[in-house]
Design a protein around this ligand. Structure first.
Ligand code: DX5
Length: 230
């Protein structure tokens, strides 16, 4: 499964907010609601103040889904662990620019391993930090909250950062946003160029996941209509 080509707006549920006791069933619910991708938040308790899960969980879920597995490495040593996630079934791997000295080497490694590559930047990290590596990636992830926990409040200043990244990378590279994404914040990021919308509590925090996903999609359509009207 490959990352959808840039140009479509994708809603991406974040596993971190799902019921870990029945993850395969949770994934089947959102897959049935028509999403194409799902995000795995990998946290090492070092780069971020939380510990989540690793390759064994990704490997256990791989046979249960045809979704694109979007793996975000919030870990201090992505180069050391990336291969294990590829073997576990990741389709796309994003690492944080704050954690690597030679990002181009890691992107090359990921491509040679057969997955697509993404680079993420934390809220306080300047867009200029990714100017050299972003053109070689398939996706750029703009964190819209400090990484480490779900259920945080969206940082409004990140909408302009999305605009800056879109200006930097042009139309052919996906821009993912993650943290506090909901029908209320979608209109702040989609018009600025975000096309890959990660949502945890706005989907798995709701009883009816299908309705929650439809609510996000409607917000995208309204935001796009707004763009066309302007
Ligand atoms: C936070 C994670 C996010 C988080 C999103 O570090 O990267 O994916 O799970 O959760 P919400 O949508 O609840 O902010």
């Amino acid at each position: 499964m490959r990352l959808p080509k840039a140009g479509t707006v994708e809603i991406v549920p974040s596993v971190l907010a799902a019921d870990f006791g029945c993850l395969a069933a949770e994934m089947a619910q959102v897959e049935a609601a028509g999403v194409k991708m799902i995000q795995f938040d990998i946290m090492d308790g070092h780069f971020v103040p939380n510990i989540s899960f690793g390759p064994p969980l990704v490997a256990a879920l791989r046979p249960h889904s045809t979704l694109v597995f979007d793996v975000q490495l919030m870990i201090s040593e992505p180069r050391r662990h990336a291969e294990a996630f590829v073997r576990a079934g990741a389709d796309h791997i994003t690492f944080h620019i704050e954690t690597v000295e030679k990002p181009l080497t890691l992107v090359d490694d990921l491509h040679k391993a057969g997955v697509t590559a993404g680079v993420a930047l934390n809220p306080q990290t300047d867009v200029l930090k990714i100017i050299d590596v972003a053109p070689y990636c398939e996706m750029v992830l703009v964190m819209t909250v400090p990484p480490g926990f779900g259920g945080q409040k969206f940082i409004p200043a990140m909408a302009d950062k999305v605009r800056q990244v879109r200006e930097l990378v042009g139309p052919a590279i996906r821009i993912e946003v993650d943290g506090g994404i909901s029908p209320q914040t979608v209109p702040l990021v989609v018009p600025e160029g975000a096309d890959t919308l990660v949502a945890g509590s706005a989907i798995f925090g709701k009883g009816n996941r299908r309705a929650a996903i439809a609510g996000l999609r409607n917000a995208v359509e309204r935001a796009n209509v707004h763009v066309l009207d302007d």
